[in-house]
Design a protein around this ligand. Structure first.
Ligand code: FMN
Length: 366
C-alpha cells in the first residue's frame, strides 16, 4: 500500500538522518528552530498545500466521535506545541499580533497532522520561565519541560486567530488555564469567563475547549485546582457559557478516589471529556523541578486512565476519557485502547518520531 511505503521511507529517513541531525542541538534550540520553520510554513500557501497532500497520503480516514467532537482520526496534538510566543505585556502582545505570526504552527501543524489543541492560554500574556526550560531523555523517550505557561494571552491570541478566521483549521481545540498565582476562586472563575468571552466575542468557534486544571510548571501546586468543589465551580459555569464542548485536563498521580470524585463532578456539570494526563513534575537535569512527558510518564498516565475508565464504566458517566502520556507508537497506544480509550493526545512522540509521528502511530495500531 502506498501509505505504508511512504511511512516506512519517512521513518527510515527520520531515524537515520533527521533525528541525529536535530539531536545535535539541545532540545530547546531544536524546538526554537522548529518554531521558526513553522512560522515560515504558516505563511506559504504552496507549502501548506504540500503538507495537506502529505496528510492525505499518510493518515487513514478513521472518523470517531469523542467528547462531543467529530474527529477525522483518534490522535490529537496535545496542548503546549501550538501555544504561541510569550510576552511581558498585553500591549506588546497585541502590537506583535498586528505584524507577525505570534502562534507558530497554527496553520502548518493542523495541515500536516489534523486535530490539534491550541494553548494553554492564560488571561494575560506570560513570558514563562527563563533559562533552560526543555530537555529530552532519548534513553526513555521522554521530554521534560518547565516552560511555565509561556503564551501571548487570550486577548492577543483571539485577536490574531480572528484575523486569520478563514484559514483556521476545521478541527481544533483551545486550552485555557488560570493564571499562576491566582488562588481566589472568584478571581479564577472571572478569568476563565473573561477568556471564554474573548474567544466568543471574536467569533471563534473551536471544536472544543479544554480547561487545564493541571499545569505543573509554575510555582502553584497543580493538584490544588483539582478538587471536586473547585472543579464543580469552574467547570459548571464554563460549560454553561461555552458554545463548544468542554473537556478538562488532569494531572497524573492523583488518588483513585480523587479521579473517581472528579469524574462524577464532571458528569454532573456537563464536561464531555477528560484528558489524562498532563506531565509529571520530577527533578530536571539542572536540579529544578520540571514536567516529564513521554516514556517516563506513561506508567502514571496508564494508572490515571485505569482509574478513570473503570469509574466511567461502573457508573456509566457520559464523559469520554482521552489518553495522553507516552503515546509513542502502536504498542503504547494499545495499552490505553485495552482500557476502552478511543482517542489519544501526543506531544513527545513528535520529538522522537518527527512530524509524522501520529501517522506512524496510527499505522502501527491497526
Ligand atoms: C514543552 C511542553 C509544553 C507544554 N505545555 C502545555 C500547556 O501549555 N498546556 C497543557 O495543557 N499541556 C502542556 N504540555 C503537556 C502536554 O500537552 C502533554 O500533556 C504531555 O507532554 C504528555 O504527553 P506526551 O507524553 O505525549 O508528551 C506541554 C508539554 C511540553 C513537552
Amino acid at each position: 500500500m502506498l501509505r505504508d511505503l511512504i511511512l516506512t521511507l519517512y521513518s527510515l529517513a527520520y531515524d537515520r538522518l533527521a533525528r541525529p541531525l536535530i539531536f545535535r542541538d539541545s532540545a530547546q534550540d531544536a524546538h526554537a528552530r522548529a518554531m521558526n520553520l513553522l512560522r515560515k510554513l504558516d505563511d506559504q500557501p504552496q507549502l501548506l498545500s504540500a503538507l495537506r497532500l502529505i496528510h492525505k497520503l499518510t493518515f487513514p480516514a478513521q472518523p470517531i466521535q469523542v467528547g462531543g467532537v467529530d474527529l477525522p482520526h483518534p490522535l490529537i496534538l496535545a496542548a503546549g506545541f501550538i501555544k504561541g510566543e510569550g510576552f511581558s505585556s498585553e500591549q506588546e502582545a497585541r502590537t506583535a499580533a498586528d505584524v507577525r505570526d505570534i502562534i507558530p504552527g497554527w496553520r502548518a501543524m493542523p495541515a500536516l497532522v489534523g486535530a490539534a489543541e491550541f494553548g494553554s492560554f492564560t488571561r494575560a500574556p506570560r513570558m514563562g520561565n527563563s533559562g533552560t526550560v526543555l530537555w529530552r531523555d532519548p534513553a526513555s523517550l521522554s521530554t521534560q519541560n518547565r516552560v511555565g505557561l509561556k503564551n501571548p494571552g487570550a486577548l492577543a491570541a483571539a485577536t490574531f486567530m480572528a484575523r486569520q478566521r478563514e484559514h483556521l483549521p476545521a478541527i481544533y481545540g483551545i486550552n485555557l488555564a488560570v493564571s499562576p498565582g491566582v488562588s481566589d476562586q472568584d478571581q479564577e472563575l472571572a478569568e476563565l469567563k473573561e477568556m471564554a468571552r474573548t474567544f466568543t466575542a471574536n467569533r471563534l468557534r473551536p471544536s472544543w475547549y479544554t480547561l487545564n486544571l493541571s499545569c505543573p510548571n509554575t510555582r502553584d501546586d497543580p493538584t490544588a485546582h483539582q478538587t471536586e468543589q473547585k472543579a464543580r465551580l469552574l467547570c459548571g459555569e464554563l460549560a454553561d457559557m461555552l458554545d463548544a464542548p468542554l473537556w478538562v485536563k488532569l494531572s497524573p498521580n492523583l488518588s483513585g478516589e480523587q479521579y473517581a470524585a472528579l469524574l462524577k463532578t464532571f458528569a454532573g456539570v456537563g464536561v464531555r471529556a477528560v484528558i489524562a494526563t498532563n506531565t509529571v513534575p520530577l527533578s530536571a537535569p539542572d536540579a529544578s523541578t520540571a514536567g516529564v512527558g513521554g516514556g517516563r510518564l506513561h506508567p502514571a498516565a496508564l494508572e490515571a486512565v485505569r482509574h478513570l475508565t473503570s469509574t466511567q464504566k461502573q457508573r456509566g458517566y457520559p464523559v469520554d476519557v482521552i489518553a495522553c502520556g507516552g503515546v509513542l507508537d502502536g504498542v503504547t497506544l494499545r495499552h490505553f485502547a485495552r482500557m476502552g480509550v478511543r482517542a489519544y493526545q501526543y506531544w513527545s512522540a513528535l520529538i522522537y518520531h518527527g512530524p509524522l509521528a501520529p501517522a506512524l502511530i496510527l499505522k502501527e495500531s491497526r
